[in-house]
Design a protein around this ligand. Structure first.
Ligand SMILES: [Ca+2]
Length: 310
């Protein structure tokens, strides 16, 4: 599917070429002898009662979400898991599925894009990446100005000249900084909004405001719980942020669909209700796992067919 730049720009405040795919794993083990789960609770269970139920089961509470009736937990053994499943306030206990970043272009082109906005190489003069040309070079009246874009990824290189002004918004791993320690998020942010200046590259929407939301770690991996925490941050702040956050970019993927995590599904629906466009990766590269959460009707995809374009 070729991307018609006029059509896409009209449909979305910004649109993305996403040169990455991500793959997931069914592994939910996160530490010796323990496993992570997302627990959905019945209507009426508040944050305190959820915490009590988790504690009474002998599990450890992670994120106690506030926009969905759910919590992320660590379960030490089968007995604790059974106790949670049998708790009358618990609706479902599902695996906290892992999410990984995978940079297709590294395999395809044999070069690393880590830490380079939009694949920029720090050359002497600014260049317009082929992918941006294909989508449509930004103009004075179509450049993402006034649009906030939350990038849920590995973070963003906050000091890069092409990403100056990025808002250090949220780190789901607890660090006070969203600084990228892997590179994927910086690359994605550059594709979206690398500044039109004298260095590196230009993004498809250089006037957009990037909000950095770190949901993947230094290995490029995270989980549903990290993503859910990031989405809650967006829902909490999209209206108070200036400019407002109108787009969420998630170049994420894992096995299954968003529907296998009802609480995450509900958060996606809340984004739609809030008028926020969710853009996810798509790529039709043979042998590469499909991105996620593409099947969800609340998402749009921005992508290309041929990785060699990138
Ligand atoms: Ca630039």
């Amino acid at each position: 599917m070729l991307i018609d730049s006029h059509l896409i720009r009209r449909a979305l405040p910004v649109t993305l070429l996403l040169p990455f795919l991500m793959y997931g794993s069914t592994q939910v083990l996160f530490a010796q002898g323990t496993e992570e789960f997302i627990v959905s609770f019945r209507e009426g269970a508040n944050a305190a009662s959820r915490a009590t139920a988790v504690r009474n089961a002998g599990a450890a509470l992670g994120f106690n979400f506030h926009r969905v009736n759910a919590a992320a937990v660590r379960v030490p053994n089968a007995k604790a898991l059974a106790a949670l499943q049998n708790d009358p306030s618990v609706l479902a206990v599902i695996p906290n599925r892992s999410v990984f970043a995978y940079q297709v272009n590294e395999n395809v082109k044999g070069e690393s894009a880590k830490g380079k906005p939009g694949g920029g190489g720090g050359g002497a003069a600014q260049v317009i990446p082929a992918g941006v040309v294909r989508v449509g070079v930004p103009t004075g009246t179509s450049n993402g100005s006034g649009v906030g874009v939350a990038v849920l990824d590995t973070g963003v290189d906050l000091v890069h000249a092409d990403l100056v002004g990025t808002v250090d918004a949220f780190n789901s791993f607890g660090s006070p900084s969203c600084q990228d320690d892997q590179g994927h998020g910086t690359h994605v942010a550059g594709i979206i909004a690398a500044r039109d200046n004298s260095v590196d590259v230009v993004g498809v929407a250089p006037g957009a405001q990037i909000y950095c939301v770190k949901v993947l770690d230094s290995a490029g991996s995270g989980s549903d719980a990290n993503v859910m925490a990031g989405l809650e941050w967006v829902l909490d702040h999209h209206m108070s942020s200036v400019p407002n956050i109108k787009v969420v970019n998630m170049s994420l993927g894992r096995p299954g669909s968003v529907d296998d995590n009802p609480a995450l599904h509900d958060l996606m629906t809340s984004l739609k209700t809030a008028g926020i466009t969710v853009v996810v990766a798509t790529m039709h590269a043979p042998g590469v796992p499909l991105p996620w959460p593409r099947p969800h009707p609340r998402t749009r995809t921005g992508g290309v067919q041929d990785p060699s374009w990138l």
